[in-house]
Design a protein. Structure first.
Length: 96
């Protein structure tokens, strides 16, 4: 993982993007010594979203067991979208 000050991004963006794309490197962007953003590959973003989705499914499943309610996959997707501001659908999850 590489830390870069925001003032260094503009002149080095192509190089940093290349390292992220080709080597899977993560670049932490700092401003005034504080981490404010991370440059990651699209594949890494998808992996993180899948992990969050699985975690949300597990939480929904536990709630369902405690209250003996049926939670459908569509309910889980709708709840995940509401929580994270996404617009996932069952179709784009299956086809992505």
């Amino acid at each position: 993982m590489t830390n870069v000050d925001v003032t260094e991004i503009q002149g080095n963006f192509s190089e940093l993007l290349s390292r992220v794309e080709q080597q899977g490197e993560k670049v932490v962007i700092e401003q005034n010594g504080q981490a404010v953003a991370v440059l990651i590959s699209y594949e890494e973003l998808k992996r993180l979203q899948e992990l969050e989705f699985v975690k949300y499914i597990d939480q929904s499943s536990n709630k369902s067991e405690n209250h003996q309610e049926l939670v459908t996959l569509e309910d889980v997707i709708q709840g995940y979208n509401a929580l994270h501001g996404t617009d996932l659908t069952l179709e784009n999850i299956i086809n992505d």
